[in-house]
Design a protein around this ligand. Structure first.
Ligand code: AGP
Length: 612
C-alpha cells in the first residue's frame, strides 16, 4: 500500500506533489510527507494523518524546488506517527527516500547498519534504505553520477521484499533515481519533465505517455531526460505506452464522492468492457487469447484466484464456467491458495482477477501456478500492472480508473468480462448454442438495464434511512445470488462499519438463525425463478422471528410478504449479478453518508493491498 509521487522538471514541485498525494490518498492515509531539492539542500516536511495536515504545515508554500518526492502512508512497520512518516533520510542527510512496499529483512539490515555506526530514529523498515545507500555510497571512489547509481543498485540488491523507491541525493541536486520490485510505479513523460506515481490516474492530468517499469529497472531522471538501466546497470531502451483513459475520468465531475460517481459510471463501464468482443451475428472475439477446442477440452480444472470483491466476481465466474462450458471450476482466496498446496498442474487453467493488478497475494498465487505448469490469464483494469506482466495472457476490463476504496464498477465489469469469457469458451467448445445467443443479446442490453436500475436510487435511500443505525445485518441468496449477497455484505461492512453476514439462504436455519430477533434487517437477492419458492420460504422463516426484510428481485412475488421490495429489470439469471448488486452498492453508500463517514476512504483500508 502507500502512495508515492515524484516530479522533476521546471515547475515548482510541491503543489504538483501534494496534488498527486491527494489523488493517491486512497492507498493509505496514516501520514504524509514531502522532500524537495532546495538551494540549501534537501527539504523534509511530514506529519501524521491526512495530506491536508501536510499542506497546512507552516513553510510548505516556501518550498521553491522543482524536483521532489512525496508519500502517503498506510502503516505496516511502526505505528502512524511523525517519526515513522516518509520521506526518510540517512544519518548524514545526504539521501531522502520514499518507499512503498515491505522490506522483509529489515531487522538484519538494521543490525548490520547499527554495527557500522548508523542510528535509527523510526520503527519503520524503510529507514534502512537511505542508510544502506549511504553505506555503499561512501565506498564508491568515483565522483560522477555512476557513484550514486551503483550505491542505489547495491542497496537494492540487499533488500528482500517489495519496494517502489524514489531517491534524492543532495550531492546530485539535478537528479532523481527510481526503481521498483513487486510494488507499482509508473513514470509519466512530459515535454521537459517527468511525473512519477504509484498509479496512472494520479498524474493523468499531466500526461498520457507512460514508461511502465519492470522489476529492478533503475531509472535516472534528469530534467527532460530519463535513462533506464537493467539490474546490472547496463543502459537499456524503453518505449512509452499511451494510456487512453480520459483525464476527467479520474475527477469527481460534480459528484460528492468517487464511489457515487463510479456507481453511476457502470452503464458505460459495462459497455466498454463488452466493447467489440460480443457481436450478435458472429463469434465472440478475444484478440488476446488463442484457445482451441482441443486445448479447452484438455483443461481439467479452472481455478479462479482473487481477493475481496474480485473474489466475489470469481464466484460468479465459476458458476458461469461450469454451467456454460461444463469445466469443473474452483474459487480460491489468493492469500490461501499458495499455502494449501493446490492440485494445479499443466492441465489447469488459472484465472487471476484484480482491479489494480497489484494485489500482492494474487501476484504470488499467479507465480506459483506458473511454476506448477498451469496456463495463466490475468483479468485487470490497469494496463501494464504487475499481474498482467506475469500472466501468459492478459485481458482487461475497461471500467476506467476506480478511485474509491470500495469497488463498484470494477466488480460489475469483472463479472461482465467473466460472462463474455465463459461465452467465448462455450462457443469454442460448441456447447449450448441457443442459450449462448440469448446471453449475447442480453449482454448487449445490460447498460440500458443498469441505467433503469440506477433510477431506483431514491427508494433505496428511503430504506437505508430506516436502518442506518443498526449494528448487524444479514444478506441472503441462493445460487449465483449468494455471490451477490457476499459482495453486498462486504460493501456495507467496509464503508458503513456495520457488521454484516452473508449466507446461502437455505443455510441460515442451520445455526445463524439464532441471531435473528426483532427488527434485525435481512436483505435477500432473488433473481432465479427456479429458486424463488424456496428462497421466499427462507425469508418467511426470518420474518416470523421479527426480521425486517428487504428483497431485491426481478421475480413476480407477493410484495405484501416483505417490508420492502426493490424491483430490478428482468435479466437472465446468469447475468443478474451485474444488475442486482447495484441497489446494494447504493444502499451501503447512503448508509455511510448518513452516518457522516468518509465513503471514499474508509478506516483501516487501502485501495490496493501490495503486502501479503
Ligand atoms: C473492495 O471493495 C475492496 N476494496 C477489496 O476487497 C478489493 O476488491 C481487493 O482488495 C482486491 O483488490 P484488487 O481487485 O485490486 O486485486
Amino acid at each position: 500500500m502507500c502512495g508515492i509521487v515524484g516530479y522533476i522538471g521546471t515547475k515548482k514541485a510541491s503543489p504538483i506533489l501534494i496534488n498527486g498525494l491527494i489523488r493517491l490518498e486512497y492507498r493509505g492515509y496514516d501520514s504524509a510527507g514531502i522532500s524537495t531539492v532546495e538551494k540549501n539542500g534537501l527539504s523534509l516536511m511530514k506529519d501524521m494523518g491526512r495530506v491536508k495536515n501536510l499542506y497546512n504545515l507552516k513553510g510548505i508554500d516556501d518550498l521553491e524546488g522543482t524536483i521532489g518526492i512525496a508519500h502517503t502512508r498506510w502503516a505496516t512497520h511502526g505505528k502512524p506517527s511523525k517519526e515513522n512518516s516518509h520521506p526518510h533520510m540517512d544519518n548524514s542527510k545526504t539521501f531522502s527516500v520514499v518507499h512503498n512496499g515491505i522490506i522483509e529483512n529489515y531487522n538484519e539490515l538494521r543490525k548490520f547498519l547499527t554495527d557500522n555506526g548508523y542510528t535509527f530514529y523510526s520503527q519503520t523498515d524503510t529507514e534502512v534504505i537511505p542508510n544502506l545507500i549511504h553505506y555503499y555510497y561512501k565506498k564508491e571512489t568515483n565522483s560522477d553520477i555512476s557513484r550514486l547509481l551503483k550505491a542505489v543498485q547495491k542497496a537494492c540488491l540487499d533488500l528482500i521484499g517489495s519496494f517502489a523507491l524514489e531517491i534524492l541525493c543532495c550531492d546530485f541536486p539535478d537528479n532523481m533515481i527510481v526503481v521498483r520490485k513487486d510494488s507499482p510505479l509508473v513514470i509519466g513523460k512530459g515535454s521537459d519533465e517527468c511525473y512519477i506515481s504509484s498509479d496512472i490516474p494520479a498524474i493523468l492530468s499531466f500526461t498520457r505517455d507512460f514508461y511502465l517499469l519492470k522489476d529492478y529497472e533503475f531509472v535516472l531522471l534528469q530534467r527532460g531526460s530519463a535513462k533506464f538501466y537493467d539490474k546490472d546497470l547496463n543502459e537499456i531502451d524503453k518505449e512509452t505506452t499511451t494510456i487512453e483513459w480520459d483525464a476527467s475520468s479520474s475527477e469527481k465531475n460534480g459528484y460528492d464522492d468517487y464511489m457515487l460517481k463510479e456507481i453511476y459510471e457502470q452503464p458505460i463501464a459495462i459497455r466498454e468492457t463488452i466493447g467489440s468482443r460480443i457481436n450478435s451475428n458472429s463469434k465472440t472475439e478475444f484478440d488476446e487469447l488463442n484457445f482451441t477446442k482441443e486445448y479447452l477440452s484438455s483443461v481439467n480444472k479452472i481455478y479462479f484466484v482473487a481477493c475481496g470483491t474480485a473474489m466475489h466476481a470469481a464466484l460468479v465466474g465459476k458458476n458461469l464456467m461450469e454451467k456454460l462450458c461444463r469445466i469443473s471450476s474452483e474459487v480460491d482466496i489468493a492469500s490461501e491458495f499458495r499455502y494449501r498446496d493446490p492440485l494445479v498442474d499443466k492441465n489447469s487453467l488459472c484465472i487471476f482477477i484484480s482491479q489494480s493488478g497489484e494485489t500482492a497475494d494474487t501476484i504470488a498465487a499467479l507465480k506459483l501456478s506458473k511454476e506448477k505448469g498451469a496456463k495463466t490469464i490475468s483479468i485487470s483494469n490497469v494496463i501494464g500492472s504487475s499481474l498482467t506482466r506475469e500472466a501468459d495472457y492478459s485481458i482487461y476490463t475497461h471500467a476506467g480508473p476506480e478511485i474509491a476504496v470500495a469497488s463498484t464498477k470494477a466488480y460489475t465489469s469483472q463479472v461482465t468480462l467473466l460472462s463474455v469469457l465463459a461465452i467465448y469458451f462455450s462457443e469454442i467448445l460448441e456447447l449450448n448454442s441457443d442459450l449462448i445467443n440469448k446471453l449475447k443479446s442480453e449482454l448487449l442490453e445490460l447498460p440500458k438495464k443498469i441505467e433503469t436500475t440506477l433510477t431506483l436510487a431514491d427508494k433505496i435511500k428511503d430504506f437505508a434511512m430506516q436502518v442506518y443505525q443498526e449494528k448487524d445485518m444479514f444478506f441472503l441468496g441462493r445460487g449465483i445470488d449468494e455471490a451477490v449477497a457476499k459482495e453486498a455484505a462486504l460493501k456495507l461492512k467496509e464503508i458503513s462499519y456495520i457488521h454484516a453476514e452473508s449466507y446461502a439462504a437455505g443455510e441460515l436455519k442451520h445455526g445463524a438463525i439464532a441471531l435473528i430477533e426483532n427488527d434485525v434487517t435481512v436483505i435477500t437477492v432473488m433473481t432465479d425463478s427456479k429458486l424463488v419458492e424456496k428462497t421466499v420460504s427462507n425469508i418467511q422463516e426470518v420474518a416470523t422471528r421479527g426480521a425486517k426484510t428487504l428483497v431485491v428481485t426481478n421475480q413476480d412475488i407477493d410484495c405484501n410478504l416483505f417490508d420492502k421490495v426493490i424491483h430490478i429489470p428482468e435479466v437472465h439469471p446468469y447475468l443478474a449479478p451485474i444488475i442486482s448488486v447495484i441497489p446494494l452498492q447504493l444502499f451501503a453508500y447512503y448508509i455511510s453518508k448518513e452516518k457522516g463517514l468518509d465513503v471514499d476512504k474508509p478506516r483501516n483500508l487501502a485501495k490496493s493491498v501490495t503486502v501479503e
